[in-house]
Ligand binder design. Sequence first.
Ligand code: PLP
Length: 393
Amino acid sequence: MSEAPAAARADRLVEWRSEFPTVESTLYFVSHSLGAMPRGVEEALRRYAQTWKTRGIRAWEEGWFELPTQIGDVLGGILNAEPGAVSMCENVTSAQAVALSAVDFKPPRNRLVCTAEDFPSVLYLYEGLARRGAEIVRVSAGAGRRVEEADVVAAIDERTAVVAISQVLFRNSQLVDLLPIVKRAREAGALTLIDAYQAVGTVPVDVRALGVDVLTGGSIKWLCGGPGAGYLYVSPRVRERLEPALTGWMAHERPFDFDSGPMRRDLGARRFWTGTPAIPAFVAARSGYEIVASIGVGAIREKSLRQTGHMIALADEYGLPVTSPRDAARRGGTVVLDVPGAAAACAALLAGDVLLDFRPGVGLRLAPHFYTRDEELDLVMGRVRDEVRSAGG
Ligand SMILES: Cc1ncc(COP(=O)(O)O)c(C=O)c1O
């Protein structure tokens, strides 16, 4: 048998590229925002429509009703969760709203500790909790919008009901070390609620090793699952004491009894459902989850660190300011470049089929994923350099 070329030996993950048609027609560096669509989604959605058309209401018993639990368990495998501990919902915001609706914010324990760098959607949600008696403690960020774990730890005390923080910050891609935060929260008797959207699928997340109580994420980004499918992991340790006020008939232990109450909550994953599940979104999400699960996030992370490291080295060579962490242990999957005129540079690059994005305050965000070829790193960084230079930056 002949030897594979060294590059191919080094990067077996690129074999998955043929499953993602979009990445061939663009420089696809935006998986932190919208992962590429797996080829299988088109056929899965066609089959969904066919089932609805030919089987009608029987479709519920022929797969639809089971689907959220099944794909929750695929995610559970990625997260090393206990079976049945991942509930599907619509997005991170709704997942967090369900979890937070189970918390009483009553003095003396009425504080929610979060950070200024959490995603705005959840910050708006936390702001609204003030109406339910919550006192919001927002830990501020330092230079480069970095959040110090020690500052979060120091903000937690016996008045804290919930510690709600992001694992990877969406602006600068800082990977937050959750262990000291979870440990302090546990000691203080507070519930941990982690937004792991920017981590899951690119950074290995082990909910059991971390000891988190509740973790939320979505599908659009690194999991390549498209919009409409969020998820909520709840540790069996806390599951039974969480009784969400934001609930619905699908969370009942026997929904088809149509019992008018009082509510008897399911003890499994349906406990955190609300109403009728978003079946087409879950059908679309499945392929991406299965691909990520079968590659394994450990291998994805190894490749991501190698490729983002190379991009940072090129940025240094071209004089492009890097705001994402240089230290691999502190970096998520995205490289952030605070170049002059970043908004205009982003628009120009998008017009030339370089898919990336821009966030005010930090600049350009670019992310390789498991389907990225090494050659594309040089191409994309060259395009950014040329764009910045031609704009006079
Ligand atoms: C860290 C983080 N949390 C949450 C969201 C979005 O939440 P939702 O699923 O509610 O749209 C994003 C990005 O869209 C994000 O980067």
